[in-house]
Structure formats: C-alpha cells, structure tokens
Ligand binder design. Structure first.
Ligand SMILES: Cc1cc2nc3c(=O)[nH]c(=O)nc-3n(C[C@H](O)[C@H](O)[C@H](O)COP(=O)(O)O)c2cc1C
Length: 216
C-alpha cells in the first residue's frame, strides 16, 4: 500500500472495522504452518517503524531469526524459564499453569526478537533525559502497531517474555547493550476468537474498566 498525498477521512465504516480489529486482536500461541508472505511482513514492519518514539529516536531493532540452531536454543531457554516460573505456583494454580501453552516458538513460521537500542544517537536525547526508559516504551509502541497491522492481514502474533533477557543479545549476536524487549511468534492462527486464552483457561478474567479509570 502506498502513502497517499491527501489526508484520509475516517468514517463510521472504518471505525467499525477498527473496533473489530482491536477486539479480535489476540495473543496467539497455536499457529498453522502456512508461510507468511515476505511483502506482507515487510509492509507491517514498515508501519511499525512509523510508530511514535521519544525524540523520534526510532530505537526499535527487529531480529528476524532464520537460523534453526538459534531457534532451538531459544526454545530451550523458554523451556527452562517456564519450568522456573511453574515452581513459583502451588496447588491449583500450579496445575493450571502447567496446562497453559505460553509460546508458539516451535510452530510459528516467523520468529522475531525485538530489542531497544537505548544508546542510539538518533533523536539527540530529546525527551529521554528525565525518563531513560522512554526508549523502551517507544519499542513497545512499535510492537503494538506491528501486532495490529499483522492482525489486519488475519495474521496472529504471540508475545513471549518467558526468556532470559541477559542472554538474548548474545544468542542473537547483536550489540550487548541493546535491551531485550520481547520475542514475537508470528503466523496464521489455528483459531480466531475474541476471548483471550488466559480468560478461556480461567487464569485471569478481564477486569471492569472502573478499576483502571480514576477521576480527580
Ligand atoms: C509484555 C507482554 C508479555 C507477554 N508475555 C507472554 C508470554 O511470555 N507468553 C504468553 O503466552 N503470553 C504473553 N503475553 C500475552 C498476554 O498473556 C495476553 O496479552 C493477555 O493474556 C491478554 O490476551 P490477549 O492479548 O489475547 O487479549 C504477553 C503480553 C505482553 C503485553
């Protein structure tokens, strides 16, 4: 899709579709093996790179992992960390946690690790002097755009954080100062649903809006 020169007008029809996109976005852990076309993935990454960033520093760094050895090591890291996480729970929660599927590392056809280059000179430090973490926030904004853009192509994304952050730059052979933000499993979902998996599996229900909105 090319950038247009005249500003678009967003109408009710668009808003309905956009609403559906937001409500039917899901964190996906079960993927079909069908490949994702390179041009679709590139287009979504391009949009992610148009996201907001502190001082326009564009600190996002995407590592598209193609090497099977790296993927195997990643899956082992996940297994170890997930086992440690399981040991934090007892009783019914432990049994429930053990049944959860918390990554598509073995199935998703596209695997991307995302880092923040918090030392980038782009943006000349504007906006991040008081809050250095804003570079990481910028990367999270880009991931959210990637998530929604992919979903608009009926492609799912699953965010994996059950990984050792201190080992990720080494595994990916990137600058050791880059901050690991998350690993993304990407592909066509087995199922489309408007209900989060952790709600379905009775782990954590959605909470009412009045818990989050304060009036002063
Ligand atoms: C920062 C972040 C880290 C996450 N890490 C994981 C993870 O390691 N494994 C997993 O299965 N889901 C992970 N998720 C997905 C959440 O579990 C999911 O977003 C939440 O349960 C709500 O479901 P929904 O995204 O389908 O609405 C993560 C989400 C975020 C935003």
């Amino acid at each position: 899709m090319t950038n247009r020169s005249t500003p678009p007008t967003f109408d009710e029809n668009f808003r309905e579709h956009f609403h559906d996109l937001l409500v039917w976005r899901r964190d996906v852990r079960e993927f079909r093996p069908d490949p994702v076309k390179d041009d679709i993935l590139d287009g979504c990454l391009q949009l992610a790179c148009q996201g907001p960033s502190v001082g326009n520093s564009q600190p996002w760094r995407f590592v598209h992992i193609r090497d099977q050895d790296r993927l195997n090591k990643l899956a082992h890291y996940f297994k170890d960390e997930n086992q440690k996480a399981l040991s934090d729970y007892d009783g019914e929660d432990a049994a429930k946690y053990a049944r959860l599927k918390l990554s598509g590392l073995r199935e998703a056809p596209v695997q991307i690790s995302v880092f923040a280059d918090t030392n980038t000179t782009a943006g000349k430090g504007l906006g991040s002097r008081t809050m250095t973490e804003t570079k990481v926030y910028s990367v999270i904004s880009a991931i959210q755009i990637l998530w929604l853009s992919l979903r608009s192509h009926n492609i799912g994304l699953g965010w994996v954080s059950i990984l050792p952050p201190d080992k990720m730059a080494g595994l990916m052979d990137v600058d050791e100062n880059w901050v690991f933000v998350g690993h993304l499993c990407i592909g066509y979902p087995v199922e489309q649903t408007d209900i989060p998996d952790l709600v379905k599996k009775n782990w954590q229900k959605r909470l009412p809006m009045d818990r989050f909105l304060l009036q002063r």
